[in-house]
Design a binder for this molecule. Structure first.
Ligand SMILES: Nc1ncnc2c1ncn2[C@@H]1O[C@H](COP(=O)(O)OP(=O)(O)OP(=O)(O)O)[C@@H](O)[C@H]1O
Length: 251
C-alpha cells in the first residue's frame, strides 16, 4: 500500500486550547479512511488540517508535518490553491453556489483557466456521471442547484469537488443532513470513487464507517487513540477506549 499522505507529530492549538495532540497517521492511496470519535474529539479539526482549511480559522496554530506525496503541505513554498485543488473537500451540509447546476460544476475548472465550452461541457458531464447524478439532472443543467433535493445537492457538491480532478477527497460528515435513501446513494458513490481517489471521511455513524471504510481512526479528546483496518477496529480493537466507544459506552 502506498501512503498518499503522511501525518507526523501534528499538534494544533486554538489560542491556548490544544485541539490536536501529537497525531501520527498514514493515509493510503485508493483507500477510504473513516475518522470516528465523540463530539468534540477533534475529527473536524483534523480533517481540515489535511488541506489547510484551518488557515482560515483565526487563532489556529499548527506544528508538525503533513506530507502529500512526500511534499510538506505546510511548507512556505506550498501554493494553497493548488493544494486545495489536489485535496478537495465536501462539507456536512450541502452548500451549492447560488448558481445553475452547470455553473456549480464549471466554476472550479473556470477558475483554473478552462474557458473552452466543449471542454467545460465534457467536464460537467463526466463529473456529474462520477457523482452518480447525471441521469437525474442532465435535462435541467440550467436550473438552480438550490432547487433540487438535499441528497441531490450533496451529490452536486461531490461533482463540483471532482471537477477539478483532485487526488484526495475529504468529507466531513457528508450524509449527516440526509435521509436514508440519499445516504445509501452517497455511500455507494463513495465506495466507487476510491478506485480513482483517496478518501478521508468524518462520520458519526459507526455502521457507515464499517460499511464504507477500509481503515478507521478513533479520536478522543484531541488524541488519535488508534488506527487500524476497519474490521479490526470494530471487532477487536487494541485499546479499551475504542472498545468502550464502539460498544456505545460513551459518546
Ligand atoms: N474555531 C475554534 N476555536 C476554538 N476552539 C475550537 C474551534 N473549533 C473547534 N474548537 C474546539 O476544538 C475541539 C474539537 O472540535 P471539533 O469540531 O474538531 O470536534 P469534532 O470531533 O469534529 O466534533 P463533532 O463531532 O461535534 O463535529 C472542541 O473542543 C471544540 O470546541
Amino acid at each position: 500500500m502506498k501512503s498518499k499522505m503522511k501525518i507526523r507529530d501534528l499538534n494544533l492549538w486554538y489560542g491556548d486550547f490544544q485541539g490536536l495532540k501529537n497525531i501520527n497517521m498514514d493515509i493510503y492511496e485508493n483507500q477510504i479512511i473513516a475518522f470516528i470519535g465523540p463530539s468534540g474529539s477533534g475529527k473536524s479539526t483534523y480533517i481540515k488540517t489535511l488541506n489547510r482549511m484551518n488557515d482560515l480559522v483565526e487563532d489556529a496554530r499548527v506544528e508538525g508535518t503533513i506530507k502529500l506525496d512526500g511534499e510538506d503541505i505546510y511548507s512556505s513554498k506550498t501554493d494553497v490553491n493548488v493544494l486545495r485543488k489536489r485535496v478537495g473537500m465536501v462539507f456536512q451540509h450541502p452548500n451549492p453556489f447560488r448558481k445553475s447546476i452547470y455553473d456549480n460544476i464549471a466554476y472550479g475548472p473556470r477558475t483554473h483557466g478552462i474557458t473552452d465550452k466543449n471542454k467545460l461541457d465534457e467536464i460537467v458531464e463526466n463529473s456529474l456521471k462520477s457523482a452518480a447524478i447525471w441521469d437525474e439532472v442532465k435535462d435541467y443543467l440550467n436550473r438552480s442547484a438550490l432547487s433540487i433535493s438535499g441528497g441531490q445537492q450533496q451529490r452536486i457538491c461531490i461533482a463540483r469537488a471532482l471537477a477539478v480532478e483532485p487526488e484526495v477527497l475529504l468529507m466531513d460528515e457528508p450524509t449527516s443532513a440526509l435521509d436514508p435513501i440519499s445516504t445509501s446513494k452517497i455511500e455507494e458513490l463513495v465506495t466507487s470513487l476510491k478506485e480513482e481517489y483517496t478518501i478521508a471521511m468524518v462520520t458519526h455513524n459507526m455502521q457507515q464507517a464499517s460499511r464504507v471504510s477500509d481503515r478507521t481512526a478513533f479520536f478522543l479528546s484531541g488524541e488519535l487513540i488508534e488506527t487500524d483496518d476497519t474490521i479490526k477496529i470494530f471487532t477487536n480493537p487494541a485499546k479499551e477506549d475504542t472498545e468502550n466507544y464502539i460498544s456505545g459506552r460513551f459518546g
